[in-house]
Design a protein around this ligand. Structure first.
Ligand code: HEC
Length: 172
């Protein structure tokens, strides 16, 4: 009985000290889109605080092959006010571990308006439902299947929205 209790305690200890496999994004993790990494021929931007994982994410986006998964901690953005974050761990397996965000952006920074799985939506619908329908084999990244026209926009309109990011310092 005693060793059983001990084993339970040890198990709990190991669980709490195990290395974090999950990236729980904070408001300060969202930044001026101009600081993101863009891949030739694409309009979305990539962030990852871990340099090695950022390189991996950029490499995957350059290759654009199906069946690959972005590293935990990767933030993908098209617009300042929406983001997909690879949270990983046990989070949202139906959504490939992505956490969806609606953000409120101002010159003083970013506020999280909504975060989560399939329940997070914008005016056209659930982020996850649409992304998993459009790009199930591209780790839910729609742009590998359809570009800005899929949203009824031109690349110029998307770039204009990116350039209007209020968090960025004024252009010199
Ligand atoms: C009805 C479909 C639909 C809904 C709903 C939707 N999106 Fe998208 N999203 C798209 C399409 C299509 C693109 C590709 C456009 C492009 O990259 O130029 C896209 C692009 C993106 C990108 C850039 C990476 C990629 O997948 O190409 C992000 C990040 C993103 N959306 C996040 C969100 C978030 C967060 C929500 C919810 C708040 C959301 N989207 C809701 C269809 C949708």
């Amino acid at each position: 009985m005693r060793s059983f209790v001990l084993a339970g305690l040890l198990g709990a200890l190991v669980a709490t000290t195990a290395p974090a496999k999950e990236f729980v994004a904070q408001e300060s993790d969202f930044r001026c889109l101009r600081d993101g990494s863009r891949v030739e021929g694409h309009t979305f931007l990539l962030f990852n605080k871990n340099h090695h994982r950022l390189r991996k994410a950029i490499h995957l986006a350059e290759k654009g092959q199906p069946g690959k998964h972005y590293p935990v901690g990767t933030i993908v953005q098209l617009f300042p006010f929406e983001a997909m974050v690879k949270r990983g761990g046990h989070f949202n397996p139906d959504g490939d571990g992505w956490e969806f965000f609606r953000l409120i952006v101002s010159a003083s920074g970013t506020q999280i308006a909504a975060r989560g799985g399939p329940e997070v939506a914008n005016v056209i619908g659930s982020c996850q439902n649409c992304h998993s329908n459009v790009a199930p084999t591209y780790d839910l990244i729609c742009e590998f299947v359809i570009g800005s026209s899929g949203l009824g926009l031109t690349d110029e309109q998307v770039r204009a929205a990116q350039n209007a990011d209020l968090r960025c310092p004024p252009a010199p």
